[in-house]
Write a protein that binds this ligand. Structure first.
Ligand SMILES: [Zn+2]
Length: 182
């Protein structure tokens, strides 16, 4: 009986095929299935590793600036740069949940880390300040940080004083410009 490749070896072969973006169901006429012979494992692995990795399309995330985004399906995202490590932008998704409160239904709103979402966002999905403020005003939250708004001006504007550049340091005002630059 011929010794066959281990399941781990098979899955390694499959993952190499995926990373090289090739569709391979046989090697030297031998089908790549659970009966693939152990004697060919080293050879097929060497072959796959010798193939060039396809060049990935340039990450569109690099073009995304910090700010609020809305995809065509209506979902709202906040894009921000990682403070630690890579500094690459990442996305958080606006989540809402309506719960029964003491005074009837109330909507909780927050931003939740959305792994991978950054790759689906495009520069043209960026919201204008007006559009962002409109959803902030709708939920009574700051459209940048999702903090519940308390003062009348902020509620009407849909954006808090610091995120809205109405108060705070020069750095915070500069961040406001960055988020909502036309
Ligand atoms: Zn805010």
């Amino acid at each position: 009986m011929t010794r066959t490749a281990t399941p781990g070896q098979i899955s390694y072969i499959i993952s190499l095929c995926e990373s090289r973006q090739i569709d391979m169901d046989s090697y030297h006429g031998v089908e790549l299935d659970e009966n693939f012979p152990f004697s060919l494992v080293t050879s097929v692995l060497d072959y796959l590793k010798s193939l060039p990795r396809p060049i990935r399309p340039a990450a569109s995330a690099a073009e995304l600036t910090e700010g609020m985004y809305q995809t065509p399906d209506g979902q709202i995202y906040k894009v921000q740069a990682a403070l630690h490590g890579s500094g690459k932008p990442y996305a958080k998704r606006l989540e809402t949940e309506t719960v029964d409160g003491p005074e009837g239904p109330q909507t909780d709103v927050w931003f939740e880390f959305a792994p991978g979402a950054i790759r689906t966002l495009r520069p043209e999905h960026k919201m204008s300040l007006e559009a962002a403020k409109a959803f902030g005003a709708l939920y009574g939250i700051c459209c940048v940080c999702a903090t519940a708004l308390t003062d009348e001006v902020s509620i009407a504007e849909g954006i808090g004083p610091i995120c809205g550049g109405r108060s705070g340091s020069a750095t915070q005002k500069a961040r406001f410009q960055l988020r909502f630059a036309a």
